[in-house]
Write a protein that binds this ligand. Sequence first.
Ligand code: IDP
Ligand code: MG
Length: 135
Amino acid sequence: MEKTLVIIKPDGIRRGLVGEILSRYERKGLNILKMEMVDPDKDTLKAHYHEHVGKDFFEELIQFMMSGKMVILIVEGNYAVETVRKINGKTNPLEAECGSIRGDFANSLTENIVHGSDSIENAQKEIEIWFNNKN
Ligand code: IDP
Ligand code: MG
């Protein structure tokens, strides 16, 4: 079964959206395989967001991700990677469709509530980064 890595970012926790977000994945028929509340350190975040190291928004992104606790999830199901990205909505809040998590709740390019892996290969890498191979 396909697996993907989801993060409910600190703004999602602060705004009390954890239950709402989980239920959107569940209602679509996806299965929550693992779930943990974490206080991320900078090195783990840098590994997770290595493709963005050096970009002008990188420091702002890391500071935001370290601004509070977040929830990490392994979500599985048919086409889990693409399905989660669709439920999450596009990165730019102006382009995220209403009905998606970002479309309904985000109004910032940085603070956009959720992360979902963008490929099966990256999902495997990100699951290793966050769950230390214990899946
Ligand atoms: P994704 O989360 O939809 O995969 P990415 O392009 O991989 O989007 O960017 C990772 C995260 O970095 C985004 O979710 C968002 O929090 C932040 N981000 C992306 N682009 C920008 C930007 O142009 N300005 C500020 N933050 C950004
Ligand atoms: Mg991405």
